[in-house]
Design a protein around this ligand. Structure first.
Ligand code: ATP
Length: 227
């Protein structure tokens, strides 16, 4: 086994076909260690989300090598990609909670993908995770009854409840004021360290860069700087 949870070598990616085909990612290579917090920055349209979705097994690798947990995703079957996704927690810019479910039900949903966990246990774990993100008093609330920061904390609880090995976060603080944004990244950092979970986070927010152990800067589909 390597020290890396993600290993990317000479990755290229294209959108469109034939004459409309355009290259979005160029020769991307970098690794992420177990438990490491890495931030990805870069202008709008530089390819950050595309890269995140490739790592997350949400689109197929076209060219180059992308290893997750020592498994090659280039040429991987759909079943394998589904399996990969079970080890990853996703946090998006807008929380993507289901409005007709309570906080607890939203969190519990990500455990119900795994049939081996009985419902009572899934419920207990979900409630414990909501306590961990300091929403013990909002367990039975619907998203419409929560503030932006609280909704994002439910999204963090949902991402972490299944103890993933990697969190992919696409601008998780974009919709928040600076204090709530700070609280959210502190919480992500704390919980991820407790679980030895790596984080790859896209952000434009310079105020939260300090939590990252490494910064990868992308421009026009190329890594221009690794710090
Ligand atoms: N499904 C698609 N089909 C064609 N082009 C796409 C598709 N998705 C993204 N693109 C293009 O790929 C480029 C990279 O997009 P991407 O969303 O990865 O950038 P980004 O760095 O995440 O931008 P932002 O910071 O604005 O979210 C953009 O030029 C975009 O227009």
């Amino acid at each position: 086994m390597t020290d890396f949870i993600v290993g990317i070598t000479n990755l290229n990616h294209y959108f469109g076909k034939q004459t409309l085909k355009s290259q979005i990612l160029f020769d991307i290579s970098f690794n992420i260690k177990y438990g490491e917090i890495v931030t990805m920055t870069g202008p709008s349209g530089s390819g950050k989300t595309t890269l995140l979705t490739l790592i997350g097994g949400l689109r197929s690798v076209q060219q180059g090598s992308l290893k997750f947990l020592d498994q090659e995703l280039y040429g991987a079957s759909n079943d394998k990609l589904v399996e990969v996704r079970r080890h990853i927690g996703y946090i998006f810019q807008t929380h993507n909670l289901l409005n007709f479910l309570t906080s607890r039900q939203n969190v519990q949903m990500s455990l119900e993908l795994d049939n081996s966990i009985p419902k009572w246990e899934a419920r207990k774990k979900s409630e414990a995770m909501l306590h961990a993100v300091k929403l013990g008093n909002r367990i039975n609330c619907y998203p419409s009854e929560l503030s932006g920061g609280q909704k994002q904390r439910v999204a963090i609880a949902r991402a972490l409840v299944s103890h993933p090995k990697l969190i992919l976060a696409d601008e998780p603080t974009a919709a928040l004021d600076s204090k709530s944004g700070r609280d959210i990244v502190n919480l992500m950092q704390l919980l991820a360290k407790e679980q030895n979970c790596a984080i790859l986070m896209v952000t434009h927010d310079n105020r939260i860069l300090d939590i990252s152990e490494r910064i990868i800067h992308i421009e026009d589909g190329r890594i221009v700087k690794k710090v």
